[in-house]
Design a protein around this ligand. Sequence first.
Ligand code: FA5
Length: 350
Amino acid sequence: MEKAFQTLFAMSIFKQIEDLKNKAEEQIQKIQTQTELDQLHSSILGKKGELTSILKGLKDLSDQERREAGSAANETRKEMDLLFGNAKKQIESLEIQQRISKEKYDALKPIETAQGHLHPVTAVQYQVEDIFSSMGFRVMDGPEVETDDNNFGKLNFSEDHPARDMQDTFWTEDGNLLRTHTSSVQVRAMEKLSPPFRIIAPGRVFRYEETDASHENTFYQVEGMLIDRVVSVSNLIYIMKTFLSAFFERDVKVRLRPGYFPFVEPGFELDIHCLLCSGKGCPVCKQSGWLELLPCGLVHPNVIRAGGMDPSEWQGFAFGMGLMRLVMMKYSIEDIRHFLSGNLRFLKQF
Ligand code: FA5
């Protein structure tokens, strides 16, 4: 290229670079978002941007002019980088301002949290405690890991007593066990309290057995024990009837059938007249009109003796009801396995 043309051409390149810088300055002012800024950046300074295409013309210039135009281009690129950097910061702070102005905090608005409530078994346990407390019973607690003696021995299960096989037991490695019934608290009550006394002991018990609609391997019982000088089966029936009528909020008919437990003599199974069909017969009571509810009896003299009392002076009655079965009856729940399933759809109904 001729010298004069080269000079003209170089001047035009300087002008183009200058114009591009002005154009970038002007357009950056109008930009509101990060996306628009990115698009402008790549259209001006990107690989296929306007600056690159201007610089393609450098090859036609003299060495001297090429150097000058190149360094002008670098200078311009630096200035524009600075411009874009500042614009980026401004847009970010603008976006934060906009977000904050939308996220208003209202101190008076109630915070929406999921409301918890008592598990149905716990709620019914408290109800049972209230009714028995009103009849002078004290609520006692006992450990879930028990000694063989408290769970069996002192309750008149001899070492080789076949009744020990009645309940399948979880044993711990040190020879203790997970209590198979709350009757172990009878033993603790006799050791701790002086007669006469009346206690109930609600709690969790464990049995190594298959589960089905009415059997769990972990379930709840409520034990009851009353010790006094003269105690008869009619006292037992009276207390049971009073409790059941208060619990089910209607008059409840009961009947006793003989039942065997080594720690009571005589022992009974107490049935209630089916509340769902009023004794006419339905699937829940298996058409019999009666529901087996709780075992009970008069405390065996050997148990009184093991508890440190003289059986010729002290007598008593005891009972052990299945708390989950009581809840099932109260709310017509058809499967005991719902209780510990952790299913919130089930629990939210209560
Ligand atoms: C006993 O556990 C005796 N300790 C009860 C007792 C106490 C008798 C005092 C006499 C005097 P039984 O194994 O039948 O007895 O259990 C008592 C109640 O617990 C049953 O009537 C039933 O309602 C409930 N129950 C028993 N096994 C299960 C189980 N696997 N799942 C849920 N509930 C059960």
